[in-house]
Design a protein around this ligand. Structure first.
Ligand code: GLY
Ligand code: MN
Length: 360
């Protein structure tokens, strides 16, 4: 069961009280959904210990009233930050946390001016993110469905990989399948990369046609009932040469070792280091040019980060990706990515697609 939006707001208010904050401001739509159910595109959410408001413009005020309950919907007049500040003025005093990554310097100044001298703005320390990164059982159930759907779509895409097909055609078919199978859309721009292009970890699909003896990297995710999934599989068109097999085996081993390491009580830095140790043994670590993974949830990239030196200690409810890869310029790239939910005493792999090298 999921907590209600109001229960989540109360949990946040209790946390605010414990940290000496009067309130927290967010302009991140994932935070609004998590705390209120609002799915509009523009606005700001203010949760304070003494009252909360959702400020949005005239395009979304009716929608906001329909989608939320027990929260004040305030219609934006002039600029967003002036409206937020005006609402705060005289109602709330003390420290209000804002996300320095979300607000421009101009917005900050407008907000400070409008809120008046009794409000002190302070950079947030992930007050909302820390709640969101601990998923409730109902959220994990939803993410399981999103992961299974992504797995079905990537598996169906394998069948389309024939000589002459273009990257962009495969991406279009994948995204068509997402919506027609119930997703609200892709969680990020679908990656389809053939041959040497697969050496770009975030290749955008082009007109390139698939040729025999090329690697194929497919990386896709869906948004299903608000929650994201993210899966990558690498395929070889033909019989893979010994060098590619060796690279693939190393990535597969690194991925399995990092999944096994992703247990409650282990730091994200240690999970990342586990993948790197395996690739170092095969002298491939220098080709592993990104981090091992990232938190997943209402956003495709959220806390915790699974990267070098990250001190976050995994806890039950965390959902992360594990996606080591090697990218050899001129030759191609290999990546294997799964979504993993951390439970007490065990780890659940949500994406259920075999990981052995597929040769087509
Ligand atoms: N799968 C895309 C990404 O994690 O950035
Ligand atoms: Mn990913």
């Amino acid at each position: 069961m999921n907590a209600t939006f109001a229960q989540r707001r109360r949990a946040l208010q209790a946390q605010l009280a414990a940290t000496g904050l009067s309130g927290v401001l967010s302009t991140n739509p994932a935070d609004w959904y998590y705390l209120t159910g609002f799915t509009g595109e523009a606005g700001a959410l203010l949760i304070s210990r003494t009252g909360s408001a959702l400020v949005t413009d005239g395009r979304f005020t009716v929608q906001a009233k329909e989608e939320t309950s027990a929260i004040r919907v305030v219609r934006q007049e002039s600029s967003l930050m002036a409206s937020v500040g005006n609402w705060l003025h005289g109602r709330v005093s003390g420290k209000i946390a804002f996300d320095a990554g979300q607000i421009t310097v101009d917005q900050f100044r407008t907000l400070r001016r409008a809120a008046g001298p009794r409000v002190r703005l302070t950079a947030a320390r992930g007050e909302i993110a820390s709640l969101r990164q601990r998923k409730e059982p109902g959220e994990i159930e939803q993410m399981r469905k999103a992961a299974v759907l992504a797995g079905k779509i990537v598996t169906a895409a394998f069948k389309l990989l024939k000589p002459g097909v273009r990257e962009i055609e495969i991406a279009a078919e994948i995204e068509y399948q997402m919506r027609s199978r119930g997703a609200s859309g892709p969680a990020f721009e679908t990656i389809v990369a053939f041959g040497a292009r697969s050496a770009h970890p975030h290749a955008q699909p082009t007109e390139k046609r698939l040729a025999k003896n090329e690697l194929v990297v497919l990386d896709l995710g869906v948004i299903l009932a608000h929650y994201c999934s993210d899966i990558t599989r690498t395929v070889f068109l033909g019989r893979a040469p010994a060098r590619i097999r060796r690279f693939y085996r190393a990535v597969q081993e690194a991925q399995a070792a990092a999944v096994a390491a992703a247990q409650a009580g282990v730091t994200c830095g240690e999970v990342d280091a586990t993948a790197r140790r395996v690739l170092t043994r095969s002298r491939l670590e220098r080709y592993f040019v990104h981090s091992t993974g990232h938190g997943l949830g209402l956003e495709v990239h959220e806390n915790p980060r699974v990267a070098r030196g990250q001190k976050h200690v995994l806890a039950p409810g965390n959902v992360i990706t594990i996606e080591p890869g090697v990218y050899v310029p001129g030759l191609g790239g290999i990546r294997i990515e799964d979504d993993v939910a951390v439970h007490a005493g065990r780890t659940e792999v949500l994406t259920r697609v075999p990981r052995d090298l597929i040769e087509i």
